[in-house]
Design a protein around this ligand. Structure first.
Ligand code: HEC
Length: 116
């Protein structure tokens, strides 16, 4: 009974950003974006990505497209980029199709904010 009540109470907040759920979404990113600030795997590290300019890390060889885009990664730019990377920055070379679900992107961005 108590559990049912608690679940009922949790429903209204289901739309809120949830970094714990976002961590699970990040499983789709981790093969290329390892959680190590020094590691440059296939993709640049996303530790500290919030507030960073696109293509800003010296030790990663970015495409010209992402450097030229010169955008600041925040909630709204990340949301647009992760929805459809290739359309948002034409010519960048992240081989990832995007996350169509807005709630999943919000959770993921909440998680990215914890990567400092
Ligand atoms: C198959 C490998 C791969 C996967 C999977 C992948 N990425 Fe990337 N990502 C890259 C590469 C490569 C770049 C650099 C693109 C360029 O230089 O044009 C990049 C760039 C980025 C950038 C820009 C970083 C910067 O320093 O400007 C962000 C943000 C990003 N990825 C987020 C994500 C997220 C979040 C996911 C998971 C939903 C993800 N990526 C999945 C390979 C990947």
């Amino acid at each position: 009974m108590a559990i049912a009540v608690m679940l009922g109470l949790a429903v209204p907040s289901a739309g809120a950003q949830d970094a714990t759920r976002g961590k699970a979404v990040y499983e789709a990113c981790i093969v290329c974006h390892e959680l190590d600030p020094k590691s440059t795997g296939q993709g640049p590290t996303l530790i500290g990505v919030i507030g960073r300019r696109s293509g800003a890390l010296d030790d990663f060889r970015y495409s010209r497209a992402i450097v030229r885009a010169n955008i600041v990664w925040d909630e709204s730019t990340l949301d647009a980029y992760l929805a459809d990377p290739q359309s948002y920055i034409v010519g960048m070379r992240m081989p990832f199709g995007g996350i169509p679900d807005k709630a999943e992107r919000a959770d993921l961005i909440a998680y990215l904010k914890t990567l400092r």
